[in-house]
Design a protein around this ligand. Structure first.
Ligand code: NAD
Ligand code: USQ
Length: 410
């Protein structure tokens, strides 16, 4: 199949592109590199040294992985995006290309506006490009489990059967997201659902949980193929953060009581879930939702698991319950259905099998690259950004939108 991977330079997009290319698909990466630019503005960097995308693509060819095409440009640039879709006429588009940090979206007005502008309008441009130039293309859109929030009932996969005043219907599951970023995903879901209903597009919304790990069988083939591993307070997801904290002797920063429960999955399962969705496409006019995670943990449990695994390596750890910078329920009911990907063949990796090899060992290998100033939380949901410590500036220039994308090849 011909597959466009939007956001193919990112944490999920890069290993997914390699996995699909390895599976014999023709892959085209689309990326504006805005994420690398924001890292630069925030003064943070991946724990793992990430090569330039063209160097990554060269390395993939040199290890026999084959050719991956590249389109450099912004989804907000209609001429660029529609031109790329028209030229390639993909069978499937995987859409990762969004600002994906909840803390970033809560720094202040500009960051909230940037996040929703980039995410919602980028997706809207994509829907129009598909309608005009590739109406039969299957859209695989990355959503998030955080769209649902933490309701006091079981979470279904996208839709719920409701009986109200004696009548029944199947309706979108209620959404109670917890940040302007998570809200952007809800807005996207509504727009994609609507486009499927009125234009007959086929789409899968993958409501992904929190991803951990960095290694896939493809990224291991050459050091230049290494994936990013974020640990700073804006981009680092919780488990990756606990592992680098353990590795550098920093207390694990559990926000509040640690009773917050979330769905988690290994990056190796992310790439497989996306492939399974592509190989089992939505029908024309169908908008379907898969909850994409494999295990649920609360944060106190997670810190305990990291502490135990670190102990096996002779590393002692400490947990610090920091005042919660976020506004979120800390003790709540959580039970989310996640059977649809298992039904089409997902064989999950489990955390207790990967904690040492794909997390702690990577954190230890690169611990000299950790900037301790980037570790503690500074973005507060109520007040926005707090004053910077010694270094690390959280006042980026207004992120630019709508830059002209040039067509390039590797
Ligand atoms: P990332 O920041 O590492 O990658 C996103 C990529 O998209 C970057 O390379 C960035 O340059 C590109 N991009 C962003 N806006 C763009 C635009 N307007 N035009 C072109 N390129 C653009 O993020 P990630 O962790 O790989 O997340 C990918 C997707 O998966 C996001 O949509 C995110 O919401 C979703 N997701 C991620 C996680 C997680 O734990 N990382 C969990 C659930 C869902
Ligand atoms: N947390 C801590 N300590 C930390 C960091 C986070 O206790 O040092 C807590 C947070 O308060 C939250 C939980 O851990 O309760 C998860 O935080 P996170 O930063 O790992 O995840 P989140 O902000 O939800 O965002 C990440 C990705 C996002 C994706 C989402 C999936 O950045 O792109 O959409 O996970 S989900 O959480 O299922 O919505």
């Amino acid at each position: 199949m011909k597959i466009m991977v939007l956001g193919g330079d990112g944490y999920c997009g890069w290993p997914t592109s390699l996995h699909l290319s390895d599976g014999g698909h023709e892959v085209v990466i689309v990326d504006s590199f805005v994420r690398r630019q924001i890292d630069h503005e925030l003064g943070v960097q991946s724990l793992t040294p990430v090569a330039d995308l063209r160097e990554r693509l060269r390395a993939w060819r040199e290890v026999g992985g084959g050719h991956i095409d590249l389109e450099v440009g912004d989804l907000l640039d209609w001429e660029f995006l529609s031109g790329a879709v028209r030229r390639h006429r993909p069978d499937a588009v995987v859409h990762f290309a969004e600002q994906r940090s909840a803390p970033y979206s809560m720094i202040g007005r500009r960051h909230a506006v940037y996040t929703q502008h980039n995410n919602v309008l980028g997706t809207l441009n994509l829907l129009f490009a598909l309608r005009e130039f590739a109406p039969d293309c299957h859209l695989v859109k990355l959503g998030t489990m955080g769209e649902y929030g933490t309701p006091n009932i079981d979470i279904e996969e996208g839709f719920i059967e409701i009986e109200h005043n004696g009548r029944r219907d199947r309706l979108p599951f209620p959404k109670q997201p917890g940040s302007f970023y998570h809200l952007s995903k809800v807005h996207d879901s509504h727009n994609v659902d609507f486009a499927c209903r009125i234009w007959g597009l086929g789409a899968t919304d993958l409501n992904q949980g929190i991803v951990y790990g960095t290694v896939t069988p493809q990224t291991e083939r050459d050091p230049r193929l290494v994936n990013r591993f974020d640990y700073d307070e804006v981009w680092g997801t919780v488990l990756n953060r606990f592992c680098i904290q353990a590795a550098i002797g920093h207390p694990m920063t559990v926000y509040g009581t640690g009773g917050q429960t979330r769905g988690f999955l290994d990056i190796r399962d992310t790439v497989r879930c996306v492939e399974l969705a592509i190989l089992n496409p939505a029908e024309a006019g169908e908008f379907r939702v898969f909850n994409q995670f494999t295990e649920e943990f609360n944060l106190a449990e997670l810190a305990g698991m990291v502490g135990e695994a670190a102990g096996e390596l002779g590393i002692s750890t400490r947990v610090e319950h920091t005042p919660n910078p976020r506004v979120e329920a800390e003790d709540h009911y959580y039970n989310a259905r996640h059977t649809r990907l298992l039904d089409i063949g997902l064989e999950p990796h489990y955390l207790n099998e990967s904690l040492l090899d794909s997390l702690l060992n990577i954190a230890l290998l690169h611990r000299d690259r950790v900037d301790p100033a980037a570790v503690n939380p500074r973005v507060d949901w109520r007040t926005g950004q707090r004053p910077a410590p010694q270094n690390g500036d959280l006042s980026p220039a207004e992120p630019r939108a709508g830059r002209t994308g040039a067509r390039t090849g590797p």
